[in-house]
Design a protein around this ligand. Structure first.
Ligand code: NAP
Length: 535
């Protein structure tokens, strides 16, 4: 948007958000970022320390926080897993994986040398209460313990069936929060949070035995993405969009989370979960709540989460036959990934040969409230698709063509606000313009790209989430009622599908944009999926 708006408006006044800010360097910015808040020295205990997530995301996040001077002296990281290894071996393995997975390259060895001495390894079994007793003793003996005292952040980066066991064992070992203590004890819980409403409730109950809700940080890493956070700033920090953000002006909204890869080594987990549990219940519903929510009373965590949960409550649960009409599930068949042949989902490792698990789901749903009544929200997510991208398209009503019918026929193209979450993060607004020298109308784009307007460095979601959990800021984590409300809806969809008792799902070729049925879902409403554009 930068170029076009600079022509339309005078230069922004410093510090006053009266005119669009063109460039952060030209104006004063409002600092709401919690990364500036102070982190207290804390012992971060990672359960599942030898696992994939620790190597891919958690340790790279700590490395970048160290690089950006966001970790105070007196913090320690303690890895908890069964495989025998010394502290030094653990550090070496983490360095090797950091070299592979860090999103900034090359890794700065000087930064790693500052961080590594504060990383330790605790070999123990999650199911053994003794492991927690020895952990508590070990924490007290660490050189950093004089600084962190009793402050602990426990990161549950293990298989979900261990989450409850870990919380209970921590509680029994005296490592949970206590009302008579000022020590801060928090839990970060990875996804998936349950597999249906019953299991999510059971898990909540088991966590709550020892950890109050305010000490529980349920990760949905989508909320840590800068572009997702920006949805709130974009909607409520500008005066030009919000008046048009409702059923009077918006025809429909599309939310797409497309994955290029297949299930890979995750076949065992995925075949029991499917795209709906793995992606829709959490990531897509979170994007939906941020797009559809009312302005919160303030920016505090509870106000924002109150509004998000109201959106989920406003999604009517239709009858099974309606849910079947408004949903499409499908599975990838044989196809191509970057020119290589990929086998169908049913031939993947640890996937049942007659599996009816969906690798693709598309839905039409409604948010039945004053703002959105009658506006369809189309959601889709799938694996083995042609592109990897996450995008929200806000499609406006068609303008009346009376003046231009002779030029462009009875239908003018709709305005569409394209919010690209990843990759190529940015916001693009298209509008109809006259083609120079001709009596023709063409859609053109106003573009905002993060990398052009801000610095090159876009923090990874896990960096932001780690800082927020360390300072106790829970806005970007999902609350108990949000999780349960989302499961309630997803359970009804699964019930409807179970009632269908299908032996086969529609197939789409690996490397395509999904099944034809997903196109029909929109086409029969006179709409179509927004074209997939370059990043
Ligand atoms: N990987 C990702 O990119 C990703 C993304 C989003 C969410 N998640 C979630 O993050 C969690 C972890 O995933 P992951 O991929 O890292 O799993 P993983 O690679 O299988 O790692 C599991 C970890 O748990 C430890 N572990 C297993 N049983 C144990 C026991 N009885 N006692 C102590 N430690 C035990 C393993 O260590 P030992 O074998 O050494 O004991 C290993 O460190 C899962 O809930 C997953 O859904 C992962």
């Amino acid at each position: 948007m930068k170029c076009l708006l600079t022509k339309a408006f005078p230069e922004g006044k410093s510090g006053v958000l009266e005119f669009p800010t063109m460039n952060v360097s030209e104006t004063e910015t409002c600092t709401l970022d919690s990364t500036t808040a102070k982190i207290a020295p804390t012992a971060v205990v990672i359960f599942g320390a030898t696992g994939d997530l620790t190597q891919r995301k958690i340790i790279p996040a700590f490395y970048h926080l160290q690089k950006n001077c966001q970790i105070p002296d007196g913090c320690a990281i303690i890895g908890y897993a069964r495989r025998p290894k010394t502290d030094e071996e653990f550090r070496c393995e983490l360095k090797t994986s950091l070299d592979q997975f860090s999103h900034t390259q090359p890794v700065d060895d000087a930064v790693w040398r500052q961080l590594a001495p504060h990383i330790y390894y605790h070999q123990a079994d999650i199911e053994s209460p003794d492991g927690y007793r020895t952990l508590a003793e070990r924490l007290q003996r660490l050189p950093e313990s004089a600084a962190f005292g009793g402050n602990c952040l426990f990161y549950l980066a293990t298989a979900p069936n261990y989450f409850g066991t870990i919380a209970e064992n921590l509680g029994r070992a005296g490592l949970a929060p206590r009302e008579d203590s000022r020590d801060v004890r928090r839990l970060i819980v990875e996804k998936p949070f349950g597999e249906d409403l019953t299991s999510a409730r059971r898990l909540n109950q088991s966590l709550h035995q020892f950890f109050p809700e305010k000490a529980i940080f349920r990760i949905d890493h989508y909320l840590g993405k800068e572009t997702v956070q920006n949805l709130l700033y974009f909607r409520f920090g500008n005066s030009i969009y919000e008046p048009l953000w409702n059923r009077r002006y918006i025809d429909h909204i599309q939310i797409t989370v497309a994955e290029k890869i297949g299930v890979g080594a995750r076949g065992g987990y995925y075949d029991a979960a499917g795209a709906t549990r793995d992606m829709l219940q959490n990531h897509l519903f979170q994007l939906l709540t941020l797009i559809a929510m009312e302005p919160p009373a303030s920016l505090d965590a509870e106000s924002i989460r109150d509004e998000k949960v109201k959106v989920l409550r406003s999604i009517p649960i239709s009858k099974p036959e309606e849910l079947l009409k408004r949903s499409v599930r499908a599975q990838y068949g044989d196809g191509l990934l970057d020119g290589q042949h990929i086998s169908a989902y049913r031939k993947e490792q640890r996937v049942a040969p007659d599996s009816t698990t969906e690798t693709y789901v598309a839905l039409r749903l409604e948010v039945d409230n004053w703002r959105w009544a009658g506006v369809p929200f189309y959601l889709r997510t799938g694996k083995g698709l042609y592109r990897q991208f996450t995008e929200i398209n806000v499609v406006y009503h068609r303008p009346p063509a009376v003046l231009f019918a002779a030029i462009c026929g009875p239908k003018l193209r709709r305005n569409c606000l394209r919010i690209r979450i990843q990759p190529g993060e940015g916001i693009h607004l298209n509008f109809n313009a006259k083609v120079p020298g001709k009596s023709m109308i063409q859609l053109v784009d106003m573009n905002f790209r993060y990398r052009e307007d801000f610095s090159d460095y876009l923090p990874e979601a896990y960096e932001r989430l780690m800082v927020d959990a360390l300072i106790g800021e829970s806005t970007l984590f999902t609350r108990r009622d949000e999780v349960e409300q989302a499961w309630q809806w997803v359970d009804r969809l699964h019930d409807a599908w179970a009632g269908e008792n299908r032996k086969d799902l529609p197939l789409y070729p690996f490397g395509s944009m999904g099944p034809d049925e997903a196109d029909h879902l929109l086409n029969r409403d006179g709409r179509y999926w927004a074209p997939v554009l370059d990043d």
